[in-house]
Design a binder for this molecule. Structure first.
Ligand code: PLP
Length: 437
């Protein structure tokens, strides 16, 4: 049997059924219905522990990884992050609200976004957000104003763009000079905003942040970004006597969506970044700031899977075959957004040969509603078969929509090889009309 793309995926003893986190996916589809998001709690916790141990080993006690909760956001995930003693990165008042509901200590939260409204700023401060990661001067001014009104000193990091191309999908490439995010070092704007921020009476500048992109595999991207950022840290010390307490190098490590994707060992990768950071600090003659990173995808992606039921199989002689499932771009939007690659498996026929090429498509009224094109499936594929979309724990539920008024599927947490429980209920038709007046 060909090894699966991730260790938590396997097949039943008789070779027929796909297992995820040790549980029979065909049975799970029967129990919870489809479409359904599955999440492997043990895997999520394991990833947090790998990051935490690697950070402790390579960066010291105080260095904490932050879970980028945009990857998959709901109350239970914040409880798990709290239990695993992770920090979090949030990007909206909605994520902050969800974290509060889970009892997450917001002093360990970093608030991103390139356009926080005055309402967001006030809401976050009201609830004691640890840090704003300010993206622009307007935000620094607005944070200063609100902090003054409240009579507090607010900690912030400044988001900078180090001018590095991570060679990933354009839509998730963020560290280049030409980006809607951050202040470019190259143009002098990073220095300008630093000087401006240091003058604010109600802001405590704690350091700098960058995020070069997502689903990044290229060698040494993080190391190059770290060196550029630390050079800037050294320049700010030399020019303005500013000692940078913290440096946040963002998220972005890639995960295996298909057999062609490499396996990245997080411990090794963090070690490589740490070596580059330490060398740059020595070269530039500065103290090592407290280092953070913000993994999202690598924490939850391979802990997730979507199960669908096949409805129709359309064969167009001389053209293409289409296998339609009972969900689509509403629950799995990444192919529609930027043709993201995935592995699709026929969960109830794992013992049959893969000899039928087809595009797996959704049920939405949109030609671009495609899950994956040119997938090899079993020729007997037909109505009631179960299709599993692998590595689907990140940027699925958190990006889901109600296009065509499709209710969002439930999220089921799998645990210990035989337990499962609902962490997000599936939406009902009542939910769909809840705000209609
Ligand atoms: N930090 C920031 C600022 C981001 O924009 C993102 C993703 O877009 C992340 C962290 C998480 O990246 P990933 O999920 O690729 O680890």
């Amino acid at each position: 049997v060909k090894p699966m793309i991730c260790e938590n995926i396997s097949v039943s003893k008789d070779g027929k059924h796909l297992l995820f986190a040790g549980q029979d996916t065909v049975e799970l589809a029967k129990k919870y219905g489809t479409p359904v998001y599955l999440l492997d709690e043990d895997r999520i916790r394991e990833k947090c522990r790998i990051y935490k141990a690697a950070f402790k080993k390579h960066f010291g006690e105080k260095a904490v990884p932050l879970y980028a909760s945009k990857a998959n956001c709901f109350k239970r995930i914040y409880e798990i992050m709290r239990e695993e003693e992770m920090g979090i990165d949030v990007v909206s008042s909605g994520e902050i609200y969800t974290a509060i509901q889970a009892g997450f200590d917001l002093s360990k939260a970093y608030f991103h976004s390139n356009n926080k409204t005055d309402k967001d700023i006030s809401y976050a401060m009201e609830h004691g957000i640890g840090y704003f990661v300010a993206d622009n001067v307007e935000e620094v001014i607005a944070v200063e104003k609100e902090a003054e009104r409240r009579g507090i000193k607010q900690k912030i990091l400044l988001r900078l763009t180090p001018g590095i191309d991570p060679h990933t999908y354009e839509a998730i490439s963020t560290g280049k000079v030409d980006s809607k995010f951050g202040n470019p070092i190259e143009t002098g704007q990073a220095e300008e905003i630093t000087v401006f921020t240091l003058k604010q009476a109600h802001i405590k500048l704690m350091g700098f942040h960058c995020h070069v992109g997502s689903q990044v595999f290229e060698e040494d991207v993080f190391e190059r970004a770290a060196v550029v950022m630390l050079k800037f840290v050294a320049d700010m010390k030399e020019k303005y006597g500013f000692i940078t307490p913290e440096l946040d190098l963002g998220g972005g490590y890639g995960v295996r969506y298909t057999d062609e994707d490499a396996h990245l060992d997080i411990e090794t990768k963090v070690g490589e970044v740490a070596a580059a950071v330490k060398k740059a600090c020595t070269d530039f003659g500065i103290e090592m700031p407290e280092i953070h990173m913000e993994p999202g995808r690598t924490i939850v992606a391979d802990a997730g899977m979507v199960l669908y039921t096949v409805g129709t199989v359309k064969k167009i002689p001389g053209y293409k075959n289409y296998v339609s499932v009972d969900g689509g771009m509403t629950d799995s939007p990444r192919y529609a957004l930027y043709k993201a690659k995935y592995t699709c498996l026929l969960a109830n026929k794992m013992d049959e040969a893969l000899d039928f090429k087809a595009s797996v498509v959704g049920r939405l009224c949109e030609s671009g509603d495609i899950i994956q094109e040119d997938v090899m499936l079993q020729a007997s594929v037909g109505r009631y078969d179960i299709i599993a979309l692998c590595t689907a724990g990140a940027y699925h539920y958190s990006m889901a929509s109600n296009y065509n008024r499709l209710p969002k599927p439930p999220t089921i947490m799998l645990k210990g090889g035989n337990e499962s429980y609902v962490v997000v209920k599936g939406e009902t038709f009542e939910d769909i009309v809840r705000n209609d007046v």
